[in-house]
Design a binder for this molecule. Sequence first.
Ligand SMILES: NC(=O)c1ccc[n+]([C@@H]2O[C@H](COP(=O)([O-])OP(=O)(O)OC[C@H]3O[C@@H](n4cnc5c(N)ncnc54)[C@H](O)[C@@H]3O)[C@@H](O)[C@H]2O)c1
Ligand SMILES: N[C@H](CO)Cc1c[nH]c[nH+]1
Ligand SMILES: [Zn+2]
Length: 403
Amino acid sequence: MRRGSLADVKESVEAIIEDVRTNGDAALFALTEKFDKQKLSSLQISPEAIDAAYDEVDPALVQALIEAEARITRFHELQMDKSLWLEETEPGITLGVKTTPLDRVGAYIPGGRAAYPSTVLMTTVAARVAGVPEIVLFTPPPVNPLTLVALDIAGVTEAYSVGGAQAIAALALGTETIRPVQKIVGPGNVFVTQAKMLLRESAEIDFPAGPSEIGVLADESANPAFIAADILAQAEHDPNAACVLVTTSERIALDVGAEIERQIRSAPRREIMEKALAHSGYVIAGDLDEAIDLMNEIAPEHLSIQTADPLTTLGKIRHAGSIFIGPYTPVACGDYASGTNHVLPTAGYAKSYSALDVHHFMKRSQVQMVTKEGLGMIGDVVEILAEAEGLAAHAASVTIRRS
Ligand SMILES: NC(=O)c1ccc[n+]([C@@H]2O[C@H](COP(=O)([O-])OP(=O)(O)OC[C@H]3O[C@@H](n4cnc5c(N)ncnc54)[C@H](O)[C@@H]3O)[C@@H](O)[C@H]2O)c1
Ligand SMILES: N[C@H](CO)Cc1c[nH]c[nH+]1
Ligand SMILES: [Zn+2]
């Protein structure tokens, strides 16, 4: 995603936000009719609709979702910190951290150009494992039955069939029937991403997670057909998707180009891919270190490392949302089922944000407990620093306990 493309839609997104702020539910009905061409009878998805969805879905797909959910759960459980740790750092001074889940979060699930039941799992499982009691999901109508099954498997507590910037506005500001959330996570197109950025004063967000991207770092040892397949996989998401190959080998660059031409011919989403490829490209670097420096500058959402010694290359990577190592790790594994999260920062934001994980759904309170003995140890330091700052009452709050 070009950061500029967010600016292109800023005015129209501001108008949508103001409409939802002023007109609440009525705006959600009207905007859904305008942008999604759907006349809703209800904003909320009913438990009956979720039950009915199971009848429309192939049991093999339900099984696949269950398996993916188990792997995603396992990986996210591994990320959990202790809910409380306390350590006596000096005699009489005990310090620690208490971790608490957020109370109510919103997950946006894209649904414009493709349905994303996998994103339901990614956002909800991370929140559920973190211990969030209320997980509110928004996705544009018509909602795919597999998305409904996924939200049931994942443990969503409330779901609405509203998409786009209006969904983000409803989550952040609330309406007559929708209570606002503390934090909004999940990917989306430029309208969704711009709305998240504009509404941060009302609800915190995860990070900008816009149109998909892939960066591939390859040397002479790489397999051009595999690289081309990974590039096309991300290109099929969105005309604004972006793909870049940085390689030390001109032959690899040319072979990947030829493979893309060959593989794209039979691709069902060829039209979207071609638009994405029109602003994608390759760079031939003088050596691997130069290639790595450039990739760190790009900070891609997904980074595929296709070099002879990928773990050494990995050690030099500083900025990437999620990293895929070696010829048998297609990015699609992380998109669906390895267990890592596919909600990732795009547009270079991987320089400052991390992939979605349990920590996005928790906050940490720092804890201290000082005894009389401990106060004797640090009291002088507190008193002298407080006096130096001209904050006599601070100093007095220590002194009164020592006398
Ligand atoms: N970075 C990540 O972690 C990640 C993960 C999955 C998907 N994605 C990306 O999510 C995006 C999904 O986009 P999508 O379009 O398929 O679905 P989406 O749900 O994000 O957007 C659809 C909504 O956009 C709104 N919209 C469309 N045209 C509009 C207009 N002209 N004005 C105002 N609103 C308008 C509509 O309300 C519609 O409901 C893709 O770019 C995909 O690459 C990113
Ligand atoms: N590659 C997307 C993140 O950019 C995630 C996804 C969902 N489904 C398939 N792929
Ligand atoms: Zn994908």
